[in-house]
Structure formats: C-alpha cells, structure tokens
Design a protein around this ligand. Structure first.
Ligand code: MTE
Ligand code: MO
Length: 535
C-alpha cells in the first residue's frame, strides 16, 4: 500500500494502523473494567484481574518472587498489576491490528481470551459458577467494543479499508466528505469507551478495597472473653462412625443462606443497633458499648426452614454474644407488644415472638462464631441467633434495627412471600452414613446420623431397615438441648439392596412425624430414608 491518501491533508491519523491498535486496547480495558465492577457484586475472587494476578503469583518461581519483593517491597502487587496491564494492552493492540482485516478471527480470539480468564477464575479456591458472571459480561463488552470501534475506524479512514469497503456503499467508502465527521465519531466513541473502562476499573477496585478494609478490621478484631463461658463439650459428642460430619461445624463449612447478592460490608465502628417501637425507652447501641457488656457463650445448632428432609442446611457452632433478653429489659416493652421485628443493613427482616426473646433460652445478639468474630457472610459485625427457631424468623445477620411491635401490625420478609409468621424448628433426624446408593459391608455395617430438637433435646433415635422392627440407635453424648445429637446403629444384614429409615423422639416424648410436608410454609417433615447396598 502506497498511502497517498495517508498523506492527504484530510487524513490526520498518524498511521492507518493506530485506530485499530487503539480499538483493541480500549476493548481490553472495557473487558477488565466491566468485569471488575461487576465482580464487586460477587466474590473478590470473581475478578478476572485478581484471578490472573493470583494465578500468575502461583506460577511464579520462588526466586523470582523473592527478587520482586526485594526490589519492589510491598509495592510488588502494584508492580505486578501494572506489568500485567502493559502486557495486556500490547496483546490487545495486536488483536486490534488483526481485527482490521480479520474482525471475526479477532473477535473469536477475544472470546477465547475471556474463556481463559474464566478458567483462571474457576481455578481459584471457593469460586462457583456464579463467579463467571463478571468475566462473561466483560467478554461480551470487550467483543462488542472491538466490533463497534473497528467498524468506526474503517469509516474514519480515507478510501476505507479493502476489508470494510465490501460492506460499505461504494460512494461512502470513496467519499472524502464523510471522513471528517466519521473521524470525530470514532474519536468520541473511543474516548467514551476509555472513560467508561477507566471509571469501571477504578470504581471496582475502590469498592473492593473498601470491602477488604472491613475484612482487615475484622481480622484485627480481638473479641473479649465471655463472662459466662459455654460448657465444655463432653467426650463422645461425635458418633464413632467414619464419614460423619463434624459435631462442631467449622465456619468455612457452615451453610450460608441469605438474600444478599453481595455480602454487606459493615464497619463495626459505624455499626449501630436501634431499639425502638412499643417500648418505654428507645435507644441505640454501638459496637464498642456492646463489646463492654457481659457476653455469654453458647452452643447452638442453626437450621434453615428450607432444609429438605435429610438435607444439610443445618450447622452447629459456639456463639458469643449479649443476651437479647437484657436489651429488651432495658427497652421495657409496652403491654400489647408480641413481636420483635429485626432488620438487617440490607433490608432483610425477621419476626420473632417476644416471649421467645424474653424467656431463659440463650437468644443472643452475637458477635463471635467458634472463637472468631463473625465471618462477613455470617453477619459481621453483629447478628441474632435464637435457639429453637428457624433462621428466617430469628437469625438476622448484619442486624441494625429491633422494633417492638405486634404480629397483627407488621410482617417480615419471608412472611410477605408466603412463609409462616412463626417458625419453630421441627423435630428432625437424618442418616449421614451411608449416603444414598453407597455400598456397606454385609454382616457388619455401622450407620450414623444426626437429630435435633432445639430447646427440648433428643431422647431417642430409632432406625428401621427394610420392613423390620424399629430399633433404638446408640446416642452420642449430648452437648446441650440446643445442639444436634449424633447417633450410630450397628447393622448386620444380608447382601443386596436395602432401605434404612430414621425417626427421632425428643425429651418430651414427642415422636417425629412420618407425615410428609414440604418446606413451605413452615419447614419440611417426614422420615428420612436412604437406599444402599450391602456386599
Ligand atoms: N440479613 C439476613 N439475615 C438472614 C437471612 C437473610 O437473607 N438476610 N437469612 C436467614 C436465614 S433464612 C437463615 S436459615 C440464616 C442462615 O444463617 P447462616 O447463613 O449464617 O447459616 O440466616 C438468616 N438471617
Ligand atoms: Mo433459612
């Protein structure tokens, strides 16, 4: 190409190539920017930028890491990000040049890069399919920007480009008069895209930095000791059956249920709980004040109303907190109040009967879980836990408001959506070992499982294999009536297919009902059964 037209006065591009290189670079910036901003709604690990950086750190040999830290000190992460950015821009500019003649190929390569970024995200610990959303959205934005800008770049060039000329009307491609405005259009589109990309990138980083500041505050927080410590766990709370879940659920394994698309990040220094409504004394409580109170520790098994028969939406932990009873005593509820409506920072609410919060059970305004500050996903800095009630009517995480009111006057979040206004936990039991369709040794197998009846305690667990007699299982030691209880059952059966069923009896003598109920509106019921093979 002899570029007479490039020398013509109406052409102000320094070279016919640079609008394409710029298009590629801008498309890449948009890809990462859009992904970064959207990742704020998911987990920090869902950011392709973070994932690639982390993957890069993982594959860096130790000696190079040491050199980097020696040379750049604590700025090593920044240097890494900047160098990654430079490499990405160079690659992307190359892609833009390719797109000048082969737009489809360049788009496919851009999509392939997005897929690789997705693989990097999925390779990070704890990411799920949902964490791909930011990368997919970024990839779509990147390919769209590449296509849009490259087309505008063609139009802005005198004589068009051979590749583009075919798709344009002859007069337009040749017409000089169209190029002034076309160049402006390209510049405006490129400029706007750059601004959007930069703002998304900066905004995303700033928002996740704000999040990590709360994480750092949490990590640095030292909880005070409990004035009333939880009873030590007796020996033998775990049934001696291989494959049983741990009696104390580690925080990282604790089931998580909430309506929060992004985990609320609340700075404890600005956290406040407002106690108001039908009370003689309204007040607000700050975090520092809460930490100075006489805190109690208690073992408690939380359960979700959405837990199906045999399901795993239950977890057992040691909670540290202030009795809600004491807060209410200070507020002095007015006669007629029968409910406490608790509301979270993100707008969830739960209706808890007042009498449950004022009797002698350990209903806590909790700050600690298994000896640590609450994890962010479990309500940091403060949540409620109430023995005997499903989480949706009691266990408000990120709680900021307690209103004394009446069931007749207010309805909570899930009640507005068809669930019962009250949710006492139903007596339940499940088989954990064997899992469905597992094989056990014929003639000498041990079954195991878990049962709960918070506030009452488990009195017995019975097992039936096939159509045989109901037989008592061996109960593991009881921690408290508020915790689940494990059981085991020795079984010597014939080879073949079998079905085991379980039911619990609580300390009041109530036998778990065989009647099947769905989780809506107030919790599943029915006996859990497991089909397995003996060999
Ligand atoms: N803010 C807030 N708190 C909430 C919820 C919620 O959606 N938002 N879900 C509740 C439900 S349904 C349950 S079962 C428990 C679960 O607590 P966990 O996630 O710590 O296990 O939290 C409760 N507290
Ligand atoms: Mo729940």
């Amino acid at each position: 190409m002899t570029g007479t037209s490039e020398l013509s006065p109406s052409t102000r591009w320094p070279s016919r190539r640079w609008p394409f290189a710029a298009s590629g670079a801008i498309a890449a910036a948009l890809l990462f920017g859009v992904a970064e901003l959207i990742s704020v709604l998911f987990s920090p690990a869902s950011s392709p930028l973070v994932a690639v950086g982390a993957a890069f750190i993982d594959v860096t040999p130790a000696w190079l890491k040491d050199v980097a830290i020696d040379v750049f000190g604590t700025a090593d992460k920044l240097v890494l990000l900047v160098s990654m950015g430079v490499v990405a821009l160079v690659v992307a500019a190359g892609l833009g040049l390719l797109a000048r003649r082969r737009l489809a190929v360049a788009s496919a390569l851009c999509a392939a890069i997005a897929i690789l970024l997705g693989v990097a995200v999925m390779s990070r610990a704890g990411t799920g399919v949902a964490d791909l959303v930011p990368t997919v959205a970024g990839g779509v934005a990147g390919v769209a920007a590449l296509n849009g800008l490259v087309r505008l770049a063609h139009r802005s060039l005198p004589g068009g480009d051979p590749a583009a000329a075919a798709s344009e009307r002859p007069g337009e491609a040749a017409g000089r008069s169209a190029q002034g405005p076309a160049r402006r259009t390209f510049l405006v589109a490129a400029g706007l895209s750059t601004v959007v990309a930069a703002a998304a990138l900066a905004g995303g980083r700033a928002l996740s930095a704000a999040g990590s500041a709360v994480e750092a505050t949490r990590d640095a927080l030292r909880l005070p000791g409990a004035r009333r410590a939880a009873a030590a766990l007796p020996d033998g709370v775990g049934a001696p059956v291989p494959g049983m879940p741990p009696f104390v659920t580690p925080n990282g394994q604790f089931y998580r249920i909430d309506t929060a698309l992004s985990v609320p990040r609340i700075d404890p220094t600005t956290w406040e709980l407002r106690v108001h409504g039908m009370v003689e004394e309204e007040f607000t409580l700050g975090f520092a004040e809460l930490m100075e109170k006489d805190l109690e520790e208690t073992w408690l098994t939380l359960t979700c109303v959405s837990n199906p028969v045999g399901g795993e939406l239950a977890g057992n932990a040691k909670w540290l907190g202030y009795p809600i009873r004491e807060l209410l005593a200070r507020a002095r509820p007015l006669a007629g109040a029968d409910m406490v409506l608790s509301t979270s920072a993100d707008g969830f609410s739960a209706s808890t009967p007042l009498e449950v919060l004022t009797d002698d059970r350990a209903a806590l305004l909790a700050v600690g879980m298994n000896g640590e500050p609450l994890p962010l996903e479990h309500g940091f800095p403060v949540r409620m836990v109430v023995p005997g009630l499903y989480g949706y009517v009691s266990a408000t995480k990120w709680v900021v408001d307690l209103e004394l009111t009446r069931f007749a006057d207010r309805t909570a979040y899930w009640t507005q959506r068809g669930w019962s206004e009250r949710g006492p936990i139903k007596l339940a039991s499940r088989i954990d070992v064997p899992r469905g369709f597992e094989t056990v040794p014929a003639g000498g197998a041990v079954l195991g499982g878990t049962a709960w009846s918070q506030t009452t305690g488990i009195g017995a667990v019975q097992v039936q294999v096939d159509e045989g007699e109901w037989q008592d299982a061996t109960l593991a030691a009881e921690a408290t009536v508020d915790t689940w209880r494990q059981w085991s059952f020795e079984w010597a059966g014939e080879p073949g297919e079998h079905t085991a069923r379980v039911r619990a009896v609580n300390r009041d003598g109530e036998v778990q009902t065989s009647e099947r109920a769905d989780t809506v509106p107030n919790g599943a019921s029915g006996w859990h059964q497991v089909r397995f093979r003996a060999e």
